[in-house]
Ligand binder design. Structure first.
Ligand SMILES: *Cc1c(COP(=O)(O)O)cnc(C)c1O
Length: 230
């Protein structure tokens, strides 16, 4: 199926199916070059600002993890999808906690106790358990996220609230300085070791190679799969 959404960088394969296949190969190669098992890096397709048809096409291309930043947008796109893991990667507003637990399997962006409490309450009310990640702040430009040094304490409090904390997520710094990106990702990887769990969610379209080299177990890719957001 060829769904062409957004403009792609020149040289990129023209169909979504081919782009996903090419990315999977490159991710595997990058993992191997870093001495890692290529199957240890999952690919999360970020479909924000893309139509439902893009979500369906991504699942058709074999993606098993998809992500959205906004509850409203997800609600419209997620009706009657095949079974995949749905990840919430946007800011958690406490008044949206119930809708988030209803719609998603994983919340990657828990950065304060208040948000965790609201998710915990929603889980109990709905009788549904989700997985969560602690969002770290490793970039001066980012508004959200907890300092890596505060992440283990937050994770412990969230677990007391009944949440399953399965690792950490971070957004890399917006810079062309590759070594600054690697430094930030190394700080995130260290905090991951202290928090525990199975998921180190690091890397987006512009920095996933550094993320895989630094131990990412999940890269979150939007633009390089779906094209530039309109
Ligand atoms: C938008 C977004 C992504 C995907 O970004 P691309 O650069 O398009 O790959 C990944 N993670 C988060 C948290 C996002 O908001």
């Amino acid at each position: 199926m060829s769904v062409d959404v957004g403009a792609m960088p020149s040289g990129a394969p023209s169909s979504l199916l081919e782009r996903v296949a090419a990315l999977r190969r490159e991710i595997a190669e990058t993992a191997c070059a870093a001495g890692r098992d290529p199957s240890s890096v999952a690919l999360l397709g970020v479909t924000k600002a893309q139509p439902r048809s893009a979500v369906v096409a991504a699942i058709g291309a074999g993606l098993r993890d998809i992500g959205e930043n906004y509850v409203q947008e997800a609600r419209a796109k997620y009706a009657e999808l095949p079974p995949v893991q749905k990840h919430f990667i946007g800011h958690v507003q406490t008044n949206k906690a119930r809708a988030i637990v209803e719609l998603f399997d994983v919340v990657q962006s828990v950065d304060r106790l208040e948000a965790g409490r609201a998710l915990g309450q929603a889980q109990r009310a709905l009788g549904k358990r989700i997985r969560t990640l602690v969002q770290l702040n490793v970039s001066l430009a980012e508004r959200f996220g907890v300092a890596p040094s505060d992440a283990p304490a937050l994770a412990a409090r969230l677990r007391e609230e009944g949440l399953e904390v399965d690792g950490v997520m971070a957004i890399g710094p917006l810079t062309a300085d590759r070594s600054a990106i690697r430094d930030a990702f190394r700080r995130a990887a260290q905090a991951f070791g202290e928090v525990g769990g199975s998921t180190l969610s690091l890397g987006m379209s512009g920095d996933w190679r550094e993320a895989v080299a630094c131990g990412s177990t999940m890269v979150r890719l939007g633009t390089v799969i779906f094209g530039v957001r309109g």
